[in-house]
Design a protein around this ligand. Structure first.
Ligand code: HEC
Ligand code: HEC
Length: 292
């Protein structure tokens, strides 16, 4: 170490005076641009810490003077989506089915709203994708009991079926068995006849039994179910000449129905879902595969 300022003979730069094994340390100051960038970063960090949540102390922390929180950000975004959605749903509520279908964006929005509402409200009874279950109609098959046009479905949703709503779809199949309208033997015959519509007739049913069943059917059942078992929508009487059945496929299911009809209830939704959501649902159900 020496007190004198020494210069490196090759570069002409001052040395710091430190020397190890003949190697001297040059006194090269930081470049100005580097130094100022560094100072600016420190200043920036200080301002940032002042504005935004930063330094922890005890159980709390400095919240920053801008009042920024992630929660507030999320709230703002959720609010923006809600505003946008309500504008779309307002349109769906006022437009005709045909106009909604014609507008690709609206049709997609309606389908999404319908799908979510279906999963939350309808799936427990009607099954995923409207596949149906015993006592709960399959909505995707086109085997409509009351009707599969958009307006029919909308009407079913608004007022329900045997739901207690004053405008509900309503009908009663007589309790042929427990009210003694038909004798047990007659019920066996007409059930045998109905099984011919189902496509799985009882193998040992005699022609005489089937003829008796056909006559009982013509006199007691055809008024609602049609003279060829084709069903009657005014009465919500299912098509019997079909592979899709509301109440099961076996002869015993048919006998049970004749004895004591199931008379399923479909709730009304007009007090639970708004008009636009019901319309979206009607479009969604119509699109499941069976819409008319
Ligand atoms: C508590 C069970 C239940 C719930 C929940 C329910 N349904 Fe139903 N739904 C039924 C029953 C039972 C029927 C058949 C009634 C009958 O005609 O015998 C039916 C019938 C229908 C029909 C008429 C089908 C036809 O062939 O004409 C449509 C459409 C329908 N439901 C759609 C829906 C939609 C959409 C939802 C959700 C908003 C829903 N249902 C919720 C039980 C339910
Ligand atoms: C007043 C009209 C009416 C009359 C008359 C009537 N039904 Fe029905 N039937 C219905 C309705 C409505 C349903 C569906 C309602 C339910 O039980 O959920 C039904 C359902 C059925 C079913 C179940 C269909 C399926 O797809 O699962 C069978 C089977 C049936 N009826 C047989 C008969 C027979 C047999 C007679 C005559 C002895 C008869 N019905 C008379 C209205 C009628």
């Amino acid at each position: 170490m020496t007190d004198q300022i020494e210069r490196d003979p090759i570069t002409g730069t001052e040395t710091t005076g430190h020397e190890w094994d003949g190697i001297k340390e040059l006194n090269t100051p930081l470049p100005k641009w580097w130094l100022y960038t560094w100072l600016a970063c420190i200043a920036w960090a200080a301002v940032w810490c002042f504005l935004y949540p930063s330094i922890p102390y005890g159980p709390s922390y400095w919240h920053g003077i801008l009042g920024h929180t992630n929660r507030a950000d999320v709230d703002r975004e959720v609010h923006a989506v809600a505003v946008q959605r309500s504008a779309v749903m307002d349109k769906i509520g006022t437009m005709s089915f045909a106009d909604i279908r014609a507008d690709k964006g609206l049709a997609e929005a309606a389908n999404t709203a319908g799908r979510i509402t279906f999963a939350n409200n309808c799936q427990p009874c009607h099954g995923a994708g409207g596949a149906g279950a015993i006592g709960y109609p399959a909505l995707a098959t086109g085997a409509w009991i009351w009707g599969g046009k958009l307006e029919d479905i909308q009407q079913t949703l608004i007022h329900g079926i045997r739901s207690g709503d004053p405008e509900a779809r309503d009908s009663q199949m007589p309790r042929f068995g427990i009210d003694g309208v038909l004798k047990p033997e007659e019920i066996q015959h007409v059930a045998d006849f109905v099984m011919t519509y189902y496509g799985t007739p009882r193998k040992d049913a005699t022609p005489a039994e089937l003829a008796a069943g056909a006559e009982i059917f013509a006199n007691n059942c055809a008024a609602c179910h049609g003279d060829k078992g084709q069903g009657g929508r005014e009465f919500g009487a299912p098509r019997l000449a079909s592979e899709v059945h509301l109440g099961g496929h076996t002869r015993q299911d048919v006998i049970n129905q004749i004895n004591n009809p199931h008379m399923g209830v479909m709730p009304y939704w007009n007090t639970r879902l708004d008009a636009a959501t019901i319309k979206s649902l009607a479009l969604y159900v119509h699109d499941l595969g069976g819409g008319e």
